[in-house]
Structure formats: C-alpha cells, structure tokens
Write a protein that binds this ligand. Structure first.
Ligand code: NA7
Length: 544
C-alpha cells in the first residue's frame, strides 16, 4: 500500500483495524481481546442482543449440553468471581443472561452495533482492506475481517411449501419469537428429532393439548443428569477455575474429561460393561467425549457400545412398537451428534403424544389446517414447529456475499470443495479469519467454549503479529491449505463418521459438498498445528 492509499484508508469515516461479525461466544471474546490490544475494533451483530445461538434459539427447553463450569469464559477473574450458575447444564435464559453479564462487566456493548446484518464483505486489493456493506445501508472498512458467525446459525428453511396458507402459527426453533408462545389447549406438530427437536418435544408435550412428532431419523439419546447448583458448588468452580482453564485445553474434545487411553478390548467384558455403566451414570456427553476412541473407529467396538446404549433406551421405552420406531438401526452410536435428554423417550408414553414416521412418507405440504404427508395423510395443527437443523459450519459464511482476491466468492469456492486452512483462514481471502468454520474441531466435535476461544486466541495473536511487524496481510498458500485438507480427510476417513448421514457430513443440505465439517484429530493436535504455524513465523502463509 502506498502513502496515498494509506491516507485514503484512514479517511474512511467507518474505518476499523478489525471488524468482528457476530456477538456470540467467539465474537464477544475476540472483541474484548482485540480492544484490550489497542485495536480500533467494532462488532456487527444481526440480532438485537448479544449471545448468538443463545439469543436466537430461545425455544422451550433450549439448554446447553456442556457443563456450566466448562461452558464459561476463564479470561476475567471479575466475571468468575461474580457469576453463580444455577444448574449444571444451564437453560437458554440463564446462558443468555450470563453472556449479557459478561458483555456489561467488560463494557463491550458500546462497541457492538446491533440489528446490523452484514450483507457483503469485499476485499479491495489496492488498499488491502475489506469493504463491508450491511442490510441497513451502512458501509464499513476494515483491515481485518473476523467472522464469528456461528457454526449453527444458518437455519434450514421450511422443509415443505405452503406456510402462507396455514391459519396457525409456524415457528422455527432457530428464530423463536421473543414473546412467549402459549401452547395451552393447542395441537402442536414438531418436525425434526435432532438435539433441538428432542428438547422441544420433551418440554412442550406436557404444555399442549396434543403433540404430533414427525420423525425421519431416530436418535441415540443419553439421559441428562442436571442437578441444581449450590453456593458451595459455585465456590468450588471458582477455586478450580485456573486448573479447569488449563485442563480443557489438554483434552481431545475440549471437555474436562478425556478419551480413554489403552485398547477397548484389553478390558474383559464385565469391566467394559462396568466402565460404560459408570460413564452412563454421569448423564453427560462424557459418554462420548471420554469414551474409547475405538468407538468412532472400530465397527465392532461401536457395535458393542451401540448395543449398550440401545439396551438402556429399550428399558426406558418398554414398548416393542415404540422401540421399533425410536431406536436407530441405520447408523452406529456417536457418529452423529448425541443429544442429552430429560424424559424424552418417556414423553411417548403420554396419551397426548403421537409419533409419526416420515422416513418413507415424507412431509410434503403445509396446508390451511396443518401438515400433509406425501401419501395425502393430513394432521390438523394449531402450531407447527420446525426443528429441522442448519447448514452447519459453512452456511453462515456463504449466506454473506464474501469476495476475496480476483472477485472470487467464498460460496463458489466452497461449492466446488469445502476447504479451509486450520478452519481459521481460506486461500484467496487475505486478512479474513474465521471461528467455527469447517475443518477445525470448533465446527462440531468440541466443547464450544474451549475451541472457539482457542481459535480466537490464534486470530488475536496473528493480528498483533502482523501489526507489530508492520505487515499488511496474511493469507494461506494453496499448498498449505491442500496439506491441511489432506490431513483432515485422512483422519475423517479412518473413522465411522463419513458412513452416517448428518449435518456433520453436510448430507442434510441439498448439493452441499460432502466433507466432515469437524476436524477429528482432536483439540490437542489441532492446537499444536495452530501453534506450529504461529511459531514458525507463519510458514505456509504469505505475509505482505
Ligand atoms: P439436526 O441435528 O440437523 O436435526 C434436524 C432434524 O430435522 C433431524 O431429525 C432431521 O431428520 C429433521 N429434518 C430435517 N429436514 C426434514 C424434513 N424435510 N422432514 C423431516 N425431518 C426433517 O439439527 P438440530 O437443530 O436438532 O441440532 C443441531 C445441533 O445443535 C446439534 O447437533 C447440537 O450440536 C446443537 P434427519 O436426521 O435429517 O433425517
């Protein structure tokens, strides 16, 4: 950049060193630390408040599946000292309150522009800046464009046409109304039985007159153990916070517990069963994240653990007809995201709940009075809830018109092949940083707080490095990106995940490139790769 170009950049009324898009877990953290590093930074947020996922997904029953003491920030002693958690797995209102508390404690609100949807971000090679346009007509310019837009924020639209004819209320879980929805006396239909659908179903069933669940694929589910937390519990979390901060970065999936060492088959059968029973009793995702790696790699191990889980489910369901519908048979345990539930399976014992299999007779049309299947069978409803998932990992980025060098759009690039460098940058898009993007643990298989904050740390350090060295831009080379993709694929293809249809593999979105969105080498290996890039002076990246 020559002197005239530098002057032109500085003259822009909305010029920033860095613009962070999204005020969720990653965005708030990045904003705080970039500001603390002396950068002129602003955060643009589409919603009317902070919290990202926990702002939008305010449906009944929404709840975090990570324990509160690992789903919290560790960077602020003041926040740690002053915040008390009420439940081990906090519900959406508590989580949203927490993120608002952090926002106010750290005085972040003044640097967030709410109700500001970013429509486009275009890289100007002459000035080495990103030109950002928002839906409300504002223009911004920034050296660094940091997308903290959420791995699960691009919701899939209505799965069938006809919403305009429906006399009742249609709700998407991911854009739930802020005013409470009254289910009293209502006939409710829920489409989707992923982690979200399960939370809605078990919560709404006792509130409504009748609930019809439209299920395409059944789920393995673990009963959540969710005690209320006392002042002593919170005091213990505080005492342990420093150790926990370190611990979560030492494990495979960013939890406090780690995958088992040793071989599954080395334990005799009764010990294996005892181990599984102990893990099951935890009532958490530890059953996944602290199990044996072979569960996800070795068909026979997976079959044994699957049999253990289905045995548990059968006992709860205790009805052959329902078991046939609710127990998965087409994929192995853990190869799609395992939900934690609170009385979900037992919900189907209620007289006011029906389970409809839409795997062969699909959801076809929203009618005036309800939902019609392909066979013509119609279900009268007052409220229709879609819990139909997201374009995971990539969708929130490709819904923004992002253009890098030579006018290349990110959407076209990813439509050809879903690829990133460490999930942090993309070749052809200088000074564009991402959290929660494909090919990193934070895209799916991780305690999100751990992985998002670790990625944000790398981005913050990299921005500081560039500025401290008087550099203008950073971009991964095509070769380095190809090497990362190859490493990612080699690991992914050695597991059972690619055999199962799920948002992890992108099979839930028509036409999406099939690639496991999440890096499965584990957080420790991932952090090592990130640190090596940094410590080598960014070998594999072009710095100008
Ligand atoms: P998921 O896990 O993608 O679940 C979406 C559900 O919606 C799933 O049961 C889908 O069935 C179902 N679905 C989607 N489209 C249809 C149509 N057309 N007809 C019937 N059923 C349909 O999303 P969630 O929001 O539950 O969870 C996302 C993540 O949030 C979760 O993994 C956690 O990390 C938190 P399918 O399985 O595709 O047959």
């Amino acid at each position: 950049m020559n002197a005239a170009q530098t002057r032109a950049v500085k003259a822009h009324p909305n010029h920033y060193d860095a613009i962070v898009v999204g005020a969720g877990v990653a965005g708030l953290y990045t904003l705080y630390h970039l500001r603390a590093a002396g950068k002129k930074v602003i955060c643009l947020e589409a919603g009317g408040g902070v919290a990202g996922t926990w702002y939008w997904n305010r449906y009944p029953g929404a709840r975090v599946d990570s324990q509160a003491y690992i789903y919290q920030y560790f960077f602020s002693q003041e926040v740690l000292n002053e915040w008390d958690w009420g439940e081990l797995f906090p519900a959406q209102p508590e989580t949203e309150r927490y993120l608002n508390f952090v926002t106010d404690k750290c005085d972040l609100r003044k640097d967030i522009r709410f109700n500001t949807h970013v429509d486009s971000a275009v890289y100007d090679e002459a000035t080495q800046t990103w030109q950002i346009a928002t839906a409300n007509g504002e223009r911004y310019e920034t050296k660094y464009f940091v997308g903290c837009v959420g791995m699960l924020s691009a919701a899939l639209k209505d799965p069938c046409p006809g919403r305009e004819h429906f006399k009742g209320l249609v709700c998407h879980t991911s854009a739930w109304p802020h005013a409470p929805v009254d289910f009293t006396g209502k006939r409710v239909g829920v489409v989707g039985t992923g982690a979200t659908g399960i939370q809605v179903i078990q919560t709404v069933a006792p509130l409504c007159r009748h609930l019809t669940v439209f299920q395409r694929t059944p789920q393995y589910s673990i009963p959540m153990r969710n005690p209320k937390l006392t002042a002593e519990d919170n005091a213990a979390y505080r005492r342990n916070a420093e150790a926990m901060r370190k611990r979560v970065r030492e494990t495979f999936a960013g939890f406090h517990t780690d995958l088992q060492t040793g071989n599954y088959w080395d334990r005799p059968p009764e010990e294996r069963n005892k181990f599984l029973e102990q893990m099951w009793a935890e009532g958490s995702l530890c059953f996944v994240a602290a199990n044996y790696a072979e569960v996800f790699i070795d068909e026979k191990v997976n079959a044994e653990v699957t049999a253990f889980v289905t045995g548990k489910m059968r006992k709860r369901i205790n009805n052959p007809e329902l078991e046939a519908k609710l127990i998965p048979t087409t994929y192995g345990f853990g190869t799609r995201r395992v939900p934690l539930d609170t009385g979900y399976l037992e919900t189907y014992h209620r007289d006011n709940v029906d389970l409809v299999d839409v795997s062969t007779d699909s959801v076809a049309q929203i009618t005036e009075n309800g939902l019609r299947l392909a066979s013509g069978r119609e279900y009268p409803l007052d409220i229709l809830v879609f819990a139909t998932g997201f374009d995971g990992g990539s969708g929130a980025f490709t819904r923004i018109d992002i253009r890098g060098r030579d006018g290349q759009t990110l959407k076209d690039y990813w439509d050809k092949d879903l690829r990133t460098t460490l999930g942090l940058q993309v070749h052809g898009f200088p000074n564009f940083f991402t959290t929660g993007a494909p090919l990193a643990p934070s895209a799916a298989f991780c305690n999100m707080q751990t992985c998002l904050c670790q990625q944000a740390d790398w981005i913050i350090d990299t921005i500081k490095y560039l500025d401290d060295h008087g550099l203008h831009s950073i971009e991964p080379t095509a070769e380095y990106e190809a090497a990362w993709v190859a490493q990612h694929d080699a690991i992914a293809n050695s597991t059972l995940f690619p055999r199962t249809k799920s948002w992890y593999m992108g099979t839930n979105v028509d036409g999406k490139t099939r690639r496991l969105v999440t890096y499965l080498g584990g957080d420790v290996a991932y952090q090592q790769a990130c640190n090596e890039a940094k410590e080598s002076g960014y070998q594999g990246f072009v710095l100008t």
